[in-house]
Unconditional design. Structure first.
Length: 464
């Protein structure tokens, strides 16, 4: 199981990058759950309470620890670790949540108030998009992070916890439902060009609402948002760009990389990996054609290999969606295939865009990411740093897609246990001044260095 899986391209089956629910603000007509919000303990530590699956709640702390709270018959709540079903010893009580107070592990915490402004603004072609600006409760200037979607289909305003976690740390957040999701109008799309224009409109709306409180503003794009955020940054000035578990390769290359990595981790030799990539290439061609051609080649290459032992391990980011279907079935179910046609630019090369961004960028990658393999993306980002681009690269060991750490279950599947220590603080710090200093968990960081002559070169890798 991979919680928080975004499925970079076809994530109609997936969840948002940091999951779940809104702060104390509640949409008109919605059922009010007074438990939901961000709370501060007397020692300054915060805990965020959000909706989870069913009647459960998810808690998160800024250090990355997290778990699911399950309600007992006596109205007490007990927690399981991360996304496992194993008790972690944490407990909560919400009997006084209507008054803005909860107990977590026997300690009282009080709900943090935020300045929340809902808005409707126009994206590309006048499409009405629903947004929300969340600022710390004060009159001070603060940096603002515009949260750019991954590929998910649900409402970001309902599901992005960063809209509370960042304001709790004195960094504003603007969250919006992308077109075709939540309360936004328009048709769902994965066209990066359209989504980049919408992101620019969101940034301008955030600045308009914040007025003099906006000290600096930039984007944070997770997963598929890592293709969109740099593109938006080339269209209107911003102060920073943060890419979380994104890619500096094309959508086609991503599927090829995932197939190869998964096969390698399962112990297959290069000869077998090459055969798997041949099948993946045929599947990718069907998707890229919009389910109009490529069926014969796809059927032929599967027939060639389907009886070989390695075939059962072939997966990829989206190849696996159509592996069970014959060419005849795919033709007969072409209308079903159309459900996967979102205007995805399969051959989009992000490197010219990333190179053209003039503002500081932070690329945060997980070393063990299966959905967005980090090796080639990391290599390309290092090349840009060596060229003198204002980019910082951070690699978190033992972190996968969603920047979560994990354990391996008895069936061989990964189960996430927490967010990587330092991940949340790294985004907060970069939003504040466009650079990193100090410790951010066990991340390995490559930073740009200014040279007196005005040129730049990489300082190399340093382990914070």
């Amino acid at each position: 199981m991979r919680p928080l899986s975004l499925g970079l391209v076809f994530c109609t089956l997936s969840a948002a990058c940091i999951g779940v629910a809104l702060a104390a603000h509640v949409e008109p007509g919605a059922v009010h759950h007074c438990e939901i919000g961000t709370y501060r303990f007397s020692n300054g530590e915060i805990v965020d309470i959000a909706r989870s699956e069913g009647e459960n709640l998810r808690w998160r702390k800024f250090d990355g620890t997290t778990g699911v709270l399950h309600k007992k018959q006596d109205d007490s709540w007990t927690s399981t670790l991360g996304w496992t079903d194993r008790s972690d010893g944490h407990a909560a009580s919400f009997t006084r949540c209507a008054r803005g107070e909860i107990e977590f592990d026997g300690k009282k915490a009080h709900r943090l108030p935020f300045d929340v402004t809902d808005s409707v603004f126009e994206g590309r072609s006048g499409t009405k998009l629903a947004g929300r600006l969340v600022l710390p409760k004060s009159d001070d200037q603060v940096p603002i992070v515009v949260l750019v979607h991954g590929a998910e289909r649900e409402s970001a305003r309902d599901s992005y916890a960063l809209q509370r976690l960042l304001p709790a740390e004195n960094v504003g957040a603007f969250v919006y439902d992308k077109r075709g999701t939540g309360r936004s109008e328009g048709k769902y799309t994965q066209d990066f060009d359209t989504l980049a224009d919408d992101a620019v409109a969101a940034m301008r709306e955030a600045k308009r609402i914040a007025g003099t409180r906006c000290a600096r503003i930039g984007y944070q794009g997770g997963s598929q948002g890592g293709w969109v955020a740099p593109l938006a940054a080339t269209r209107a000035p911003v102060d920073f760009v943060i890419v979380s578990f994104g890619l500096a390769v094309s959508v086609i290359d991503e599927d090829q990389e995932e197939v190869a990595l998964e096969m390698r981790l399962k112990g297959h030799a290069q000869e077998e990996i090459s055969k798997a990539l041949e099948v993946a290439s045929a599947a990718e061609a069907v998707f890229e054609s919009g389910f109009t051609k490529g069926f014969e080649r796809f059927d032929a290459v599967r027939a060639k290999y389907r009886d070989e032992p390695w075939y059962k391990d072939l997966h990829g980011n989206y190849t696996h969606f159509i592996l069970p279907y014959t060419a005849v079935e795919l033709r007969e179910q072409r209308d079903q295939g159309k459900a996967f046609i979102f205007g995805t630019p399969f051959r989009y090369d992000p490197m010219p865009t990333v190179r053209a961004v003039k503002t500081p960028q932070l690329w945060i990658l997980g070393e063990d990411d299966l959905e967005a393999p980090s090796v080639e993306t990391g290599r390309r980002i290092k090349l840009l740093i060596a060229e003198g681009k204002p980019i910082t690269l951070a690699l978190f060991p033992h972190a996968e897609h969603g920047m979560t750490e994990y354990e391996v279950a008895s069936n061989g599947e990964r189960v996430s246990t927490r967010y990587a220590p330092g991940y949340f603080t790294m985004m907060r710090d970069f939003a504040r001044n466009g650079q990193l200093s100090g410790s951010h968990g066990s991340s390995v960081v490559v930073r740009p260095t200014l040279i007196p002559s005005g040129t730049q070169r990489s300082r190399g890798i340093s382990n914070y």
